[in-house]
Design a protein around this ligand. Structure first.
Ligand code: 5GP
Length: 181
């Protein structure tokens, strides 16, 4: 059986970059692919970054109890299929779920041996600057994400580990110490 890790972090914290580098260096880990109702960003591919579902299809999956957990975040729905996680773990893969903090805490209550890691920004100001620098969202969407951040930092206190992304290389090494032993 593989091990299950859940990684959360505020949007714009650079969690994607840290994870990408971690995965390049540690191919025995696999990043889980979630379902979402949000539109693909430029360069995102269906089945690779997410399974992009219509709201109608997403609601059907909820009805059929297909999700291990799901959540609404910034006006969109996100969920991880239970069967998907079960299959990957039984194949012996160490699986990483990248979820919002509510989803992460839900997974912990269903699968207590899962390990929760929060990637936090060096500061709130730094985070706001990074989020604006992405130029992918409207001001309203950015404000919504910043609001969620305050709430997420509160939830993060219940996680097993917190890793500050002040420097990508350092953050990746810290993840390796937590996850590869
Ligand atoms: P984004 O739109 O930036 O890709 O993701 C927004 C948030 O949704 C992030 O915090 C991400 O970790 C979270 N997320 C992605 N997939 C899932 C999922 O399957 N379940 C839950 N609860 N959150 C998810």
């Amino acid at each position: 059986m593989g091990k299950l890790f859940v990684i959360s972090g505020s949007s714009g914290v650079g969690k994607g970059t840290v994870l990408k580098q971690f995965l390049n260096r540690n191919p025995q880990f696999k990043l889980s692919v979630s379902c979402t109702t949000r539109n693909p960003r430029e360069g995102e591919v269906d089945g690779v970054n997410y399974f992009f579902l219509t709201k109608e299809d997403f609601l059907k999956c909820i009805e059929n109890n297909e999700f291990l957990e799901w959540a609404e975040f910034s006006g969109n729905m996100y969920g991880t299929k239970g069967e998907y996680v079960k299959t990957k773990l039984s194949e012996g893969k160490n699986l990483i779920l990248e979820l919002d903090t509510v989803g992460a805490l839900n997974v912990k209550s269903i699968i207590p041996e899962s390990v929760l890691i929060f990637i936090s920004p060096p500061s709130f100001e730094e985070l706001e600057a990074r989020l604006r620098g992405r130029h992918t969202e409207t001001e309203e969407a950015i404000q919504k994400r910043l609001e969620s951040t305050k709430y997420e930092l509160e939830n993060a206190k219940k996680f097993d580990y917190q890793v500050v992304n002040d420097d990508v290389e350092r953050a990746v090494s810290e993840l390796e110490q937590i996850m590869c032993n």
